[in-house]
Design a protein around this ligand. Structure first.
Ligand SMILES: NC(=O)c1ccc[n+]([C@@H]2O[C@H](COP(=O)([O-])OP(=O)(O)OC[C@H]3O[C@@H](n4cnc5c(N)ncnc54)[C@H](O)[C@@H]3O)[C@@H](O)[C@H]2O)c1
Length: 307
């Protein structure tokens, strides 16, 4: 079976490409990226056993994937992803991310490929104890253009449900090290600042707010499980390793970097909301995610130990 990974130079895509040999069903993997993020190094020193074929493709072009045939599965990760910066780049992000998904939907329909689509737990946004996939619309309150676009993407797929085989996974904020690691999300950014003795900027309201996090190791488990079990239900599933407060994350960082400096700041993305995201739906399908975020934190800080 052949796999196509879009956005392969990114944080998640580069991890997936490096470990894809562990998905036994997959014999050949095509990896594509437009290199907009300039992360060429993500494809350096790849292992032969992954049998990767890299193509520079911009999915803004609806015909960009026309030459690819015999693809059984698509893991779609190509996206503009900086939620905090999305306030100033709404139009560009909207255009890019929606068009990327359109290209992918048309490709999957034409080639009869099964699709894994990644959304985000940032689509939730109402103050409540616990949110799950079946929550009422009023609990879906994206707090940034980035999250807004994710909801639109989910709806685009729902509309295609008769013509497409897919799953959407709402990923928690990713932790962990990959070749294409980026540092603009909570855990990684905090680790980076701690490692170089910089202030850790924490949103004033966020210290005791619960948010969902997902280890890269668990993200990979989601992909492996889906392909090996042919798990495609045209449905939405939360994917997270756990819910934690910023205070709990900082405590984990302190285990590996004794002295840290915390500075409270304001941000457009900041809000008063605290919520737990439920893992039940995926658990009931037989996939339990519980990788240790603390291990990811240790590995991230170690990247910079000699600085
Ligand atoms: N990292 C997280 O914390 C997180 C959490 C939840 C959901 N997600 C979602 O998972 C997916 C992957 O995230 P990531 O962290 O790996 O992102 P990333 O920003 O690290 O990587 C995205 C990659 O997509 C590529 N890309 C963007 N536009 C493209 C286009 N038009 N054509 C081809 N390639 C294009 C970029 O060059 C980049 O290499 C995204 O959909 C993201 O929203 C990520």
């Amino acid at each position: 079976m052949n796999l196509l990974i879009t956005g392969c130079c990114g944080h998640i895509g580069s991890y997936l490409a490096e470990h894809v040999h562990k998905i036994k069903k997959i014999k050949k993997t095509f990896i594509v990226d437009n290199l907009e993020s300039n992360r060429f190094y993500s494809i350096f020193d790849t292992k032969k056993k992954n049998n990767l074929n890299f193509l520079i493709k911009d999915l803004n072009d609806p015909k960009s994937l026309d030459s690819l045939k015999n693809i059984d599965y698509v893991i779609h990760l190509a996206s503009m992803t900086n939620a905090e910066k999305s306030f100033g780049k709404k139009d560009k992000m909207y255009k890019n991310n929606i068009q990327c998904l359109r290209t992918i939907i048309n490709f999957c329909k034409k080639r009869k490929a099964k699709l894994i689509h990644i959304s985000s737990t940032s689509v939730y946004g109402k103050q409540t104890k616990i949110v799950d996939e079946n929550c009422e619309e009023k609990y879906l309150k994206p707090q940034s253009p980035y999250a807004d676009i994710k909801l639109i993407e989910e709806k685009m797929l729902k509309k295609e449900t008769k013509f497409l085989t897919y799953n959407t996974f709402r990923f928690g904020t990713i932790s962990g090290v990959s070749k294409g690691i980026r540092f603009h999300t909570a855990v990684n950014k905090f680790c980076f600042n701690a490692a170089i003795n910089e202030d850790i900027n924490v949103y004033k309201t966020a210290l005791n707010q619960y948010r969902p996090y997902l280890s890269l190791k668990d993200a990979f488990k989601v992909f492996k499980f889906s392909i090996e079990n042919d798990f495609f239900k045209n449905d939405i599933f939360n994917a997270l390793s756990g819910n934690f407060t910023v205070k709990q994350i900082l405590k984990k960082i302190k285990k590996y970097k004794k002295k840290i400096k915390v500075k409270f700041v304001t941000s457009a993305i900041m809000n008063q909301l605290s919520y737990h995201v439920s893992q039940k739906k995926l658990n009931n399908e037989g996939l339990v995610l519980k990788s240790n975020i603390e291990k990811d934190i240790k590995e991230t800080i170690e990247l910079l130990k000699n600085i």
